[in-house]
Design a protein around this ligand. Structure first.
Ligand SMILES: NC(=O)c1ccc[n+]([C@@H]2O[C@H](COP(=O)([O-])OP(=O)(O)OC[C@H]3O[C@@H](n4cnc5c(N)ncnc54)[C@H](OP(=O)(O)O)[C@@H]3O)[C@@H](O)[C@H]2O)c1
Length: 279
């Protein structure tokens, strides 16, 4: 058996349980507007914290605004040690597109909005949602560095970046996390994950369950899951936890039952044989 650490120290005193929660799925259909069952969304958030989750990922563009407002409604005043990791740099229009805006003016305005909605004086982890090809990358990261210097944010993270972009950002400001798409089904960010591991930076894989596809029965996931008395989603998450100690999956769900199932994946240690069969 490989021994999988339960927590990761993002930096200094910021130690998090290695199963985070992605709060994008709490919004209405297509991540637009309020969910039909708002009380359920509040219940999911409160249950996540009860279960020991202390990293919640969100963004101003989820809803838009809805995900952050739900987090504040469910959890403010926040328990000690809860890290709310939000993001700026994407917009969300009514047609469902995600236009990028990495201009310094927009990032500052977005961060001010997140502070207000989350009822925080400082955001523990603020991530650039994605580089904007219309804006020099250094300008976007430079604004995050200024907001960090001013105390609006404590730590800077990046999302949807290459190894080269990570290095360019690190010329400007310390980067404590990278959030890229990564799962058993999508290894395109393998090089970024390896670089995060080399540097001891947190790597937050988004779509860790391939939007639920990896929770379906069948294949080697399903076989290992039934042999271990687990679910395919748990095996997919346990594989991520075993992949590297810097990985902190942030599975998203609007279901308390799925949340409980996902958090319990931290207890599932896969054997070297099982890891090889999956990998
Ligand atoms: N940085 C970025 O660009 C970016 C992009 C996308 C997402 N994200 C972040 O990453 C988080 C995770 O991504 P995601 O939520 O899109 O995808 P995901 O975690 O791969 O999958 C979520 C989907 O899987 C289902 N699911 C979750 N747990 C399950 C279980 N145990 N059994 C069966 N189905 C299950 C959910 O449905 P139910 O609600 O029915 O459980 C939901 O439809 C997001 O919430 C967001 O915070 C970041």
């Amino acid at each position: 058996m490989s021994s999988v650490p339960e927590t990761f120290r993002i930096v200094g005193d910021l130690e998090v349980f290695r199963l985070g929660f992605g709060a994008m799925r709490l919004c209405g259909p297509s991540i637009l507007g309020w969910p039909d069952d708002r009380d359920n969304a509040l219940r999911v958030l409160r249950r996540a914290v009860e279960l020991g989750v202390n990293l919640i990922d969100t963004a101003d563009s989820y809803g838009p605004e809805v995900s952050e407002l739900l987090i504040a409604e469910a959890l403010h005043p926040y328990p000690d040690g809860l890290v709310i990791a939000t993001k700026g740099g994407l917009l969300r229009d009514a047609s469902g597109r995600w236009p990028r805006d990495g201009s310094p003016e927009h990032l500052r305005e977005a961060c001010e909005g997140s502070l207000r909605r989350l009822r925080l004086e400082r955001i523990e982890l603020y991530q650039l949602h994605a580089p904007d090809p219309k804006v020099p990358f250094e300008d976007s990261v430079g604004e995050l560095a200024r907001m960090r210097d001013e105390g609006m944010i404590r730590h800077v993270g990046l999302s949807n970046v290459s190894v080269m972009e990570l290095h360019r950002a690190q010329e400007i400001v310390p980067v404590v996390s990278v959030q890229n798409r990564y799962s058993l089904a999508d290894r395109s960010s393998e090089d970024v994950l390896d670089e995060c591991e080399r540097q001891g930076i947190a790597f937050l894989p988004w779509y860790p369950l391939a939007v639920g596809d990896l929770a379906q029965p069948g294949g080697s996931l399903g076989r290992i899951a039934s042999a271990r008395g687990a679910t395919p989603a748990q095996v997919a998450l346990a594989w991520l936890l075993a992949r590297s100690p810097v990985v902190i999956p942030i599975p998203g769900t609007a279901s308390v039952a799925h949340l409980e199932e996902n958090v319990a994946a931290a207890q599932l240690e896969l054997s070297d044989f099982e890891l090889a069969a999956l990998g």
